[in-house]
Design a protein around this ligand. Structure first.
Ligand code: PMP
Length: 280
């Protein structure tokens, strides 16, 4: 596998990073995951806008964003990959010695890392639905930044895996924020509900596309937090992300929803979403 690290295309096993990289020492960096449909980078501008915002919020001055698209295209060519792809892109503040928490006094270059891999899509999850578990949201209060500091997500995701669930849905003060790597939606009386844009969630690009589809197809939606205690008053649930697209949720902890069948609105949104990406 060829990766792009520190301005070079190199085989992953030959790539080297300083142990003083602030990404390694402090998780001082941000990232994006972008996928292709029909070999084209899906909603690339939205991902780059979100990356710009993350960089700005952590005060990381990175000037070369305009050249990234060509680097990604070159990296895809070098890896000779055939199917649809997932691009991982990470920027850290760079390497500096001695280790100090505050930004280094001297100017350092940010570290950029990009990899591409073939997407492994789970058709079954999308047709049959998945189980999710509820977990306390112990992340920091800037979940709107796509930070590489992901330990709470690692632990919650691991718990989900151990319980044979596809995702952990996070609760802050009894309110559902989002999944560890997905946004969460519920449907009641044909109206969609999802947590509002705020510092407590990441504004997913798929979430944005879903809300655009709702506007287009005149499906009502409300950006409101859902209380855990009200979950049982909803008819359907689904999660969204770049890789999971629109995935129905058919059980939450020990509760099987609608006899384990994906919801009607969920599936019709999935159909229009599929059509949109097919034509992309
Ligand atoms: N929330 C979190 C915390 C995430 O990590 C992700 C994945 N990037 C999402 C939501 C979904 O975002 P997107 O639709 O852009 O993949």
């Amino acid at each position: 596998m060829i990766v792009f690290v520190n301005n070079e295309f190199v085989p992953a096993e030959k790539s080297a990073l300083s142990p003083f990289d602030r990404g390694f020492l402090f998780a001082d960096g941000v990232y994006e995951s972008i996928r292709t449909y029909n070999k084209k980078l899906f909603r690339y501008e939205d991902h780059i806008d979100r990356l710009k915002r993350s960089l700005r919020e952590i005060r990381l001055d990175f000037k070369e964003l305009a050249s990234i698209k060509n680097i990604i295209i070159e990296l895809i060519k070098k890896n000779e990959l055939e199917n649809e792809l997932l691009v991982y892109l990470q920027i850290t503040r760079g390497a500096a010695f001695p280790r100090t928490h505050s930004f280094p006094k001297e100017k350092i270059s940010p570290t950029i890392f990009i990899s591409v891999q073939e997407l492994k899509e789970s058709k079954e999850e999308q047709t049959d639905g998945v189980k999710v578990i509820l977990q306390e949201d112990v992340r920091w209060l800037r979940c709107d930044i796509k930070s590489i500091s992901l330990l709470p997500v690692v632990l919650a995701s691991q718990k989900a895996t151990e319980e044979n669930a596809a995702e952990a849905i996070l609760l802050r003060d009894g309110m559902i924020t989002e999944g560890t790597h997905t946004n969460f939606f519920a449907v009641k009386d044909e109206t969609l509900y999802t947590a509002p844009k705020s510092k407590l969630i990441l504004e997913g690009i798929t979430r944005k596309v879903v809300l655009e589809l709702c506007e287009k197809f005149k499906i009502d939606f409300r950006e409101e937090f859902i209380n855990k205690d009200d979950l049982k008053s909803f008819d359907e649930f689904f999660i969204t992300s770049t890789t999971k697209e629109i995935t129905p949720v058919t059980s939450i902890d020990y509760w099987t929803i609608n006899e384990g069948n994906p919801g009607k609105i969920t599936m019709s949104l999935q159909t229009v979403f599929k059509k949109l990406v097919e034509d992309y």
